[in-house]
Each structure stands twice: as structure tokens, then as C-alpha cells.
Design a protein around this ligand. Structure first.
Ligand code: BGC
Length: 498
């Protein structure tokens, strides 16, 4: 591999919280970033001609679903404070900033027949402002905020969504494709469908039998349609890359006997959304497909919609790199017959008969479900490489949940460092991991959790009309990492940050 390692031996810097001997540096081509998404930060929910999204609807008609009846009406007010966001990205020394476009800010009606001038201006300003500072925009087209009007027409369960989405994507590629070279179609289709139709993400529909399966298939087709359109119409002139982000917890078998069921669970969580795209043959992951077909003979909850041969070919190979969102790991054990599933039942627990556990040696972030096992990331990167042989992997999210919003966030700093260390190891193992994007640039609306949870490198004062942003220790640390391209250094004299 073309991995450049620089060994700095025998240097000990005073005030350093870790040794720098035998230090490995990230290669010069490696990209550091931070991420956000439109609904979580922008606010300006009805500014100018912006249309209503399913998240606008949810917070307004179902405030009881939100911690402290939080809304994204103002959020971090990035609609007005985008210049400060760029400044923060610069302070952090980022190579890339990942943000998402609000579909209803750009296309207020959801459809491509009317483009908002205000929406165009907003994203042009953001993109140009980043590029002026030498920061590359990585743009997600869809991050949870479907136009309400499209939801009313069936949303992701309506096969026409593939046309609606690719029409929207074409507008975005046309308007911004000369400057945006890395695109992500959908953020976490697993969450859009498995959560959206099992009442843990908007549109909070409970329809696991039909809606969830239509959504699973339609997200794949919508992604593929947008990818193919870019490939044919835009790639020749702009030479950019398009992919889809996948949320993937790493699953570790509790004992060697649990390996088979763990693999099946990986199929259920990961491959149901990725095998059709990344595998050589396309279609559903065969072992899971067979398992569901057998089980489906006497259990309605087990099935997936079939693909036609054309659909398999249409979806297969629609990627330019693999975009991975990784946060945590679970230990998996096969449940005993009749055993109660718990304490953390997650998707697939009942269907596949598994228990999700944590290893007693693992620490936890702000919530007990958030087990910390950095080695899981390296194992997952290897799994992706072995399973799909993907040419390039970019980590598009990794971050630490804290319920205590202090600035001295040493635990987050350690989490980031330990995970980036695993990325370094994976690169030195020979894997082509080209970037690490931390979630999040700043605290934001953590969906139903509102503003009670923090993921930010910067804290945001949500009681202040100016939404003042303040760097945490993790931001200070990260700004050194990006500049030194190394994980081991002193925290003294960090004066890049305001
Ligand atoms: C989502 C973000 C979310 C983060 C933390 C990710 O999977 O893409 O929108 O804020 O998890 O929960």
C-alpha cells in the first residue's frame, strides 16, 4: 500500500498526555473532517420560501415525542451563522466538512419544478466559503428530512420516490457539482426504513410488514438511480464521487458458537442495505434471504421483497467508495429457546433470536447502550474489505455521546483518539481508508433527544440568541491532530481556536 509512515523516535514533549516515540503519522492524502446535517443545525425552518419537511411536522404536531419539546426551528441557527461554521472548520484545520442539503430549502415543493433562489444562495455561500478556506465540501443529499408533501404521497414506501429523489439530485448536481466532488445520496437507509417504520425515526410509522420492506428496496433503487445519473451526466465533466452512508454497528460473537448467528445479524443490519450495491453478484444477501424465506413460511414478520433481474443489475456496483458511519460495538449471543430478549433489544433481536450484550471490560459513553470498543472499528474495516473488496473506505461519522455538556470533554477526546488510532492501524494493515469525519462539528438537535445530548467538538449555547459556539478540549485536540497529522502531541498553547 502507498502508506507513508514517519517514525519520530526518542522525542518526549513536556505536557504531552501520551508518548510520541515510534509515532506514526497519517498520510498526507488522508482527509480529516467533521459533519452535521441540515435539520440538526440550520434552523430557519420557514425562512423565505422553504417548504415543510417531516421533521418540521413532527416537532410541531408531536412535541411530546421530543425531549423538552425541542424543535429545530432555530437549532444552531446555521441558516444565519454559516460564516461562523466555516470559521470553526478552519480553526479545526479540517480538510473536509460534511453537511447535508435540506431538500425543502432547495425545492420547497419537494418536486423539481420550482427551485428556491434563497436555497441556492444559502448552499452556494456555504460551498464557496468553505472552498475559499481550502476546505472541501462533502455533501449529503438526504439526511432524514423528507419533504412532507412527498411523505403524504407515501414517502419512501412509494416506488415513485426513486424519480422524485433523482430529480432532486439532478438539481443539486447541476447547481453545485462544479465545486462539490464528493456526494452522499442517503444517510443511513437502515435508519430511514427500519427505524422510520418501527417508530424510532420520522415519519414514526409502525408498519414493519409492508412499509419497512418497500422502503428498504426503494431506498436502494433511489440511490442507484441518482448514482447512475451522476455517472452518466456529471462524472464526465466533474469527475466527482458518489456513495451512500451506511450505519453499521460492529457485532462480535460472544463465543465461537455464536459466530453463525452473528454473521446473520450482520447480514440483517448491514448487508440488507449494502450487499445489493457492493457485492459482485448483487441482490439480497443469500444466507439471510434463505433464512427469511424459510422462516417466512410460518412467520409473517420474516420476508424481503424480491428484486427483478433488472433491479439487481441496476443497483449492483453503484458506488465509488464505501461510506461508513461507525459508533459502537455489541457482543452477540444466540438466545436460548424461550429466553427473554434484553436488556438491549435491537432490530433483529426477536426475529433472529439474539441477545445484544456488552463486554464487561468495555467502557460506556453517555448512555449505557453506547459501549466503547475502538478495536471494533478496525475489525469492521477489515470485514468490509474482505466481504466487498471495496477500493476505498471513508469514515463519514464517528463520535461520542455525552449527556454532560462540559467543555473539558476528556472522554470524547480519548474516544476520538482511540478510534483514529484504529484507523491508522487499518491503514498500516493495507486498507485504503481515505478519511475520518467526526460527528459532530458542534452540538445540535439530537433528533428525539433534542438538545439533551451532545456530540459536538464545539458546544453551542442554545439559551443564547447568538447560539455562541465554544471549542471543547476535543476540538483543541482535533485541531492539533489535523495540523500535525499525528495523534500524539501536547495540548499546550492551542491558540488556533476562539
Ligand atoms: C446520524 C446523526 C446522529 C448521530 C448520533 C448518526 O447515525 O447520522 O444524524 O445525530 O448518529 O446519534
Amino acid at each position: 500500500m502507498n502508506y507513508v509512515s514517519v517514525v519520530v523516535s526518542g522525542i518526549l514533549i513536556s505536557g504531552c498526555w501520551c508518548s510520541v516515540s515510534n509515532e506514526v503519522k497519517f498520510p498526507t492524502w488522508f482527509k480529516f473532517g467533521a459533519a452535521t446535517s441540515a435539520y440538526q443545525i440550520e434552523g430557519g425552518w420557514n425562512a423565505s420560501d422553504k417548504g415543510v419537511s417531516i421533521w418540521d411536522t413532527n416537532v410541531h404536531i408531536r412535541p411530546d415525542t421530543m425531549v423538552n419539546a425541542a424543535t429545530g426551528d432555530v437549532a444552531c441557527d446555521s441558516y444565519h451563522l454559516w460564516r461562523r461554521d466555516i470559521e470553526m472548520a478552519e480553526e479545526l484545520g479540517l480538510d473536509v466538512y460534511r453537511f447535508s442539503i435540506s431538500w425543502t430549502r432547495l425545492l420547497p415543493n419537494g418536486f423539481a419544478n420550482y427551485i428556491s433562489e434563497d436555497g441556492k444562495r444559502y448552499y452556494n455561500n456555504l460551498i464557496d466559503g468553505l472552498l475559499e478556506k481550502g476546505i472541501e465540501p462533502v455533501v449529503t443529499l438526504y439526511h432524514a428530512d423528507l419533504p412532507q408533501i412527498l411523505q403524504d404521497l407515501g414517502g419512501w414506501a412509494n416506488p415513485l420516490i426513486a424519480d422524485w429523489f433523482s430529480d432532486y439530485a439532478r438539481i443539486a448536481f447541476t447547481l453545485f457539482g462544479d465545486r462539490v466532488k464528493t456526494w452522499l445520496t442517503l444517510n443511513e437507509a437502515f435508519i430511514i426504513c427500519d427505524c422510520g417504520y418501527e417508530k424510532c425515526q420520522t415519519p414514526l410509522i409502525n408498519d414493519t410488514l409492508v412499509g419497512k420492506r418497500l422502503c428498504n428496496k426503494n431506498t436502494l433503487i433511489a440511490h442507484a438511480k441518482a448514482w447512475r445519473m451522476y455517472d452518466e451526466e456529471f462524472k464526465p465533466k466533474y469527475n466527482g464521487k458518489v456513495s451512500i452512508t451506511s450505519l453499521f454497528l460492529w457485532f462480535e460473537p460472544a463465543t465461537p458458537e455464536d459466530k453463525e448467528v452473528t454473521d446473520l445479524l450482520i447480514d440483517y443490519w448491514e448487508s440488507r442495505y449494502t450487499y445489493p450495491i457492493y457485492s459482485k453478484e448483487g441482490g439480497w444477501p443469500p444466507v439471510l434471504e434463505k433464512f427469511l424465506a424459510d422462516k417466512g413460511k410460518h412467520d409473517d414478520s420474516a420476508s424481503i421483497l424480491p428484486f427483478t433481474a433488472e433491479e439487481i443489475q441496476f443497483i449492483r456496483g453503484t458506488y465509488d467508495f464505501y461510506a461508513l458511519n461507525h459508533y459502537t460495538t455489541r457482543m452477540i449471543r444466540k438466545a436460548q429457546p424461550g429466553e427473554k430478549i434484553g436488556p438491549w433489544p435491537l432490530y433483529g433481536s426477536e426475529l433472529l433470536g439474539v441477545q445484544f450484550l456488552s463486554d464487561p471490560t468495555w467502557e460506556h459513553a453517555g448512555a449505557d447502550w453506547f459501549a466503547i470498543y475502538p478495536e471494533g472499528l478496525r475489525k469492521q474495516l477489515h470485514w468490509l474489505n474482505q466481504t466487498y473488496g471495496v477500493n476505498e473506505i471513508m469514515i463519514t461519522e464517528n463520535g461520542y455521546l455525552d449527556l454532560d455538556k462540559h467543555l473539558d470533554d476528556w472522554a470524547r477526546l480519548k474516544y476520538l483518539k482511540d478510534h483514529m488510532e484504529q484507523v491508522q492501524l487499518a491503514i498500516s494493515d493495507g486498507l485504503n481508508v481515505t478519511g475520518y469525519i467526526s460527528w459532530a462539528l458542534m452540538d445540535n438537535l439530537e433528533w428525539f433527544g433534542g438538545y439533551s445530548a451532545s456530540f459536538g467538538l464545539y458546544s453551542v449555547d442554545f439559551s443564547d440568541p447568538n447560539r455562541t459556539r465554544t471549542p471543547r478540549q476535543s476540538a483543541r485536540y482535533y485541531s492539533r491532530v489535523t495540523r500535525t497529522r499525528s495523534l500524539h502531541h501536547t495540548l499546550d498553547g492551542l491558540n488556533y481556536l476562539k
